[in-house]
Each structure stands twice: as structure tokens, then as C-alpha cells.
Design a protein around this ligand. Structure first.
Ligand SMILES: [Fe+2]
Length: 197
């Protein structure tokens, strides 16, 4: 497994598999097993970007591919990171290679959503989500978490939903508003709900 371009090339090829989500799952599992975390960051982000991560990094998405049928990015979650419930409208595969992403899953109920389960994805761990999944994530660790995220659509451009973290009212996805919700949650030290069902 080589650099980011090779990974993207292999991921594009995986899309033609009968079960594209499973093929991407297998590819990302192989990728995160192929090197130690620091080396993986160097390969995926390039030496300069990886070395800038010497201290505690900020939240970051380093986009590897942004296309109609495939989006992949490298995600850095600083300690205390949390986001609001949202959907993806396609399959999603998340490969955590250092740290953890705690997921809380929700389902629609009575015009809103309710938490149904939680899943702590501790590195090394690959999580696959169905296209109807609604979730939020957080990093409860005192160290950053690093993962590869892949989606079978134009994740940054398609119409999706997000739910206000306090009211759980559904909104059309708006990246600027979503970002402001998340910054506010982090500033207030909001934690996602405990496992519920
Ligand atoms: Fe997500």
C-alpha cells in the first residue's frame, strides 16, 4: 500500500465490486494495518502536514477524493471533539487507526430522533454504516484520534440532514451551521448520550 493516490485508485476500483461498501471496508482495514500510525499519516497526508501535527491538532478533514460516487477524507479529532447527529444518505466506512471515535446511533421517532445504541470504535477498528444510519461521534480521549472516512456519494455536496444537538429538530445539512453547532458543543463540554435503546 503506497500513498494517498494509490489508495484512491484502489478505492475507485473497489466501487465496481458487487458489494462496494464491503470492498471499501476490506481495503481500509488492509490500509490501516499496513503501517504504524505515524507512518500512515506521513503516507496519507505527506510529510509536511504530518509533521505539523506534532502538538495537539485541531479538528481537520484532509480530503483525498471528492467525487459524485466516492468521497474519502482523513479525519483528525482533537480531545473533546463532538459533533451533532447527521446522516450520510449512502453507505459509510470509517477506519480508526489511532485513538477512538465513539459513535451514538439514532433512529427516527415521532418526527425527531432517539438514541438507540453506542459503539466505541477503538483503533484499529473499521465501522461500516448502512445508508439509513444516523449518528454523532465524539473523542473522549485526552489524545487526538485519527481515521479514514469513506462514503459512496458526494458527501460534501448532496442534500443530507442534521439534527440540532439540544432540540433534535431536523435541519437540511448546512456545513457552516453544523460547524457552529459543533464548536458550541465542544465549548460547552457536551457529551453524547450514554447507550440507550
Ligand atoms: Fe458521520
Amino acid at each position: 500500500m503506497g500513498d494517498a493516490a494509490t489508495l484512491v485508485e484502489r478505492a475507485r476500483a473497489a466501487l465496481s465490486a458487487r458489494d462496494a461498501a464491503q470492498a471499501i471496508h476490506d481495503l481500509l482495514r488492509e490500509t490501516i494495518a499496513s503501517a504504524a500510525p505515524r507512518e500512515l499519516r506521513r503516507r496519507l497526508l505527506g510529510t509536511e502536514a504530518a509533521e505539523r501535527m506534532g502538538g495537539i491538532p485541531r479538528f481537520g478533514q484532509h480530503v483525498l477524493v471528492d467525487s459524485p460516487e466516492l468521497t474519502m477524507f482523513h479525519a483528525t479529532l482533537p480531545p473533546g471533539f463532538v459533533n451533532a447527529p447527521h446522516d450520510h444518505r449512502t453507505w459509510a466506512v470509517v477506519a480508526v487507526y489511532e485513538g477512538e471515535e465513539r459513535n451514538v446511533f439514532y433512529r427516527r421517532r415521532d418526527g425527531s430522533i432517539t438514541p438507540t445504541s453506542a459503539l466505541v470504535a477503538s483503533a484499529p477498528c473499521v465501522v461500516a454504516m448502512r445508508e439509513d444510519a444516523i449518528h454523532a461521534i465524539e473523542n473522549r480521549l485526552e489524545t487526538p484520534s485519527y481515521a479514514l472516512h469513506a462514503y459512496g456519494n458526494a458527501h460534501f455536496h448532496v442534500a443530507r440532514s442534521m439534527w440540532h444537538p439540544d432540540t433534535l429538530v431536523e435541519h437540511p445539512r448546512d456545513d457552516a451551521l453544523f460547524g457552529s453547532w459543533c464548536r458550541d458543543m465542544i465549548a460547552r463540554g457536551v457529551r453524547l448520550p450514554a447507550d440507550a435503546g
